[in-house]
Design a protein around this ligand. Structure first.
Ligand code: PLP
Ligand code: COI
Length: 366
């Protein structure tokens, strides 16, 4: 097996000795939910300072031995990505903008003082994972294979400094709807907690950001909402993003607005794709600040027609209700808005190969 530090690693393959029984797999694929079940294999690549990336392999899905002193367990040096593979109507398989995930992964790596992974190696690892488990595509409407590439510090060392050993893995999970109810519109809770401050790690996709969002998320759930919304850290006034999604606002003058990337929110790939599609629809597209107060006032006056959340897991999901310590308000009719549906159909159509991909976003892998 090759152990070069470049992107041309050879992947050693160890097939699962006892893959999931077909009837069990079929039951999962008929009702996958989100993030509950995992496929039979996973990809693993190791990094050692001075040697680079090595020992690429596809192995049976299972526990990873970890030294109790592994840096990730103490200082949370961990990053991840989320992307989907789609089974097209013609039987082919494609990824959506995997280069963008590779690029963001490396931006996260830089922020967390971790080694970068060559983009071609990131994409090849994802491809290897999908092909190892290509019989794991959900059979439900809107189903896909959710891929979770991640990297963590595996070096056993308790001094606080960047680790010298890392592991990169890709696991896969058949996915249906992210939201349990498959509700027409979700309800969101505006948290008093802060997710990210200027100069922090808000723009990186690191586990620590999500750990910090769990108390606010639990609070949102306990109050009967589907997601948590974070305002900016400095003024606690400007809308930033949800726990795991970006936000868009649709106005009665045909314009569309999303919070600008100031370094405290995640630069979503769905967000950037929708900005492009909205521009092509002839909409006036703005990236800027929007306050919670203005949002409420615009919803009341009718100036704001729709609000939707977007992300790989959530795709495009309408927001119907917003609640905070000071009260709540409804958006539009409380159901999916026209433009939300139009943009969703366009995006999903491109992702699934049903609408021509004029942007070079779809990467066919089989
Ligand atoms: N914001 C946060 C905090 C997220 O976790 C995600 C999901 O990955 C997004 C936004 C949307 O990003 P993307 O569209 O790349 O999935
Ligand atoms: C994604 O959409 O890929 C996410 O990472 C959101 C959430 C599942 C954390």
């Amino acid at each position: 097996m090759a152990t070069t530090a470049d992107s041309s690693l050879t992947f050693a393959r160890t097939p699962h000795p006892a893959p999931t029984a077909v009837d069990v797999r079929d039951a999962v694929l008929a009702d996958p939910g989100f993030g509950r079940a995992f496929t039979d294999h996973m990809v693993e690549i190791d990094y050692t300072e001075g040697k680079g990336w090595h020992s690429a392999r596809v192995v049976p899905y299972g526990p990873i031995p970890l030294d109790p002193a592994a840096a990730v367990l103490h200082y949370a040096q961990e990053i991840f990505e989320g992307l989907k593979a789609y089974r097209n109507a013609d039987g082919g398989i494609s990824l959506f903008r995997p280069e963008a995930n590779a690029e963001r992964f490396n931006a996260s790596a830089r922020r967390l003082a971790m080694p970068e992974l060559p983009a071609e190696l990131f994409i090849e690892a994802v491809r290897q994972q999908v092909m190892a488990d290509k019989d794991w595509f959900p059979t439900v409407e809107g189903g896909s294979m959710y891929l979770r590439p991640f990297m963590f510090a595996s070096e056993a060392f308790l001094g606080v400094r960047p680790a010298k050993e890392y592991k990169f893995l890709v696991i896969a999970s058949p996915a249906g709807n992210y939201f349990k109810s498959g509700a027409p519109a979700v309800s969101i809770w505006v948290s008093d907690y802060t997710r990210a401050a200027p100069g922090g790690t808000g723009a990186a996709k690191c586990g620590g950001n999500y750990a910090a969002s769990l108390v606010p998320t639990a609070e949102a759930f306990a109050r009967g909402h589907d997601q948590v919304l974070f305002l900016d850290a400095a003024e606690h006034k400007w809308v930033e993003e949800l726990g795991g999604m970006n936000l868009f606002f649709v106005f009665d003058d045909g314009s569309i607005l999303t919070p600008e990337l100031t370094g405290t929110i995640l630069p979503g790939i769905t967000r950037s794709s929708l900005l492009q599609l909205a521009r092509e629809e002839g909409l006036t597209v703005r990236e800027g600040r929007y306050s919670l107060d203005q949002w409420q006032a615009d919803a009341a006056s009718g100036k704001l027609l729709e609000t939707f959340a977007c992300g790989t897991a959530a795709v495009v999901t309408p927001v119907g209700k917003v609640a905070s310590q000071t009260g709540e308000f409804a958006i539009g009719s409380g159901g999916p808005g026209q433009l939300t549906q139009k943009l969703r159909q366009k995006l999903v159509g491109i992702q699934r190969g049903e609408i021509a991909d004029t942007h070079g976003w779809v990467k066919r892998i089989a």
